[in-house]
Design a protein around this ligand. Sequence first.
Ligand code: KG4
Ligand code: ZN
Length: 335
Amino acid sequence: MVVLGIESSCDETAAAVVRDGSVLLSNVIASQVKVHERYGGVVPEIASRKHIEAILPVILQALEDAGTTLAGVDGIAVTRGPGLIGSLLVGLSAAKAIAFARRLPLVGVNHLEGHVAAAFLTESPPAFPFVALVVSGGHTTIYRVDGFQRFTILGQTRDDAAGEAFDKAAKLLEIGYPGGVVIDRLAKQGNREAFPFPRAMRDSLDLSFSGLKTSLLMRLKKRGAPFTPEELPDLTASYQEAICDVLVEKTLRAAAMVSATRVVVCGGVAANSRLRERFRTEGASAGIEVFIPPPVLCTDNAAMIAVVGTHLLEAGRKDGLDLNAVSRWPLTVHP
Ligand code: KG4
Ligand code: ZN
């Protein structure tokens, strides 16, 4: 089955063609980073307008890259939520129009399930069950995953997502946007033990990052002046390490608690080089197989949406043209 995936939940307009839920035929992503950069965050109204401009060229490019046309597509999968409503509606409207015009089955996909499903696009996909850490700009949750649509929450953030902790720190330090990418780069040359940052809720599988952000803010205030370019590598390396510490430690602990031997790490923050390295080495010493999609499949893309869509369509699921966008949609809820 060949599925066209469409994703527009935040600030990337994306389309991809996937065969049999595992073979990536094309993956086109139009990023709006440059547009939102000067605001230091995504401006929803601008995002929707940019999606409208990009959506059709992106879909056409995905078909062309896959060497196919709509005649070679068996179904359409589109992100239905969670995300920015105005942004989601652009992808959803395009998907509905194509499905109606070509009489193709349409299915709405949960963006977070998409992030997990990106692991199936790799050469050695994980078998169920596994523990998944979904760590992105809006979510930080540890799940036990027993199959598609079978998620149990083991731990989640009580406040900010890990991606927000990266983005807000970069904004405070005025070092650029998006924060995660900038900090990842700066931290490579830094001493990870130079600055003490707090690790919250050590005994729980739940997470909290607001104290970490406040601790950086306090450090900045006390100093009364911006950090110098020479200090930034040590500062960002120490800050990044505090985030990696809790993510790695809690996810591996969650896996041990449910006797899982496999762990999937996914979502935009899973593109972080230090987090990937730590999961690989610490997973190996704990005897746990760690699956992390390549960075381009960790950040938002439509291939991951097509993977979930393929499974839903194969299971006989089909949505009508009344399918609507949802801003909040926990993975444990199946509409
Ligand atoms: O999954 P994603 O692309 O969008 C959401 O669904 O939120 O995740 C975006 C988040 C942002 O917070 C961004 O700073 C973070 O992923 N991110 C990173 C890296 N690349 C993206 N965080 C740390 N290191 C990176 N290399
Ligand atoms: Zn995402």
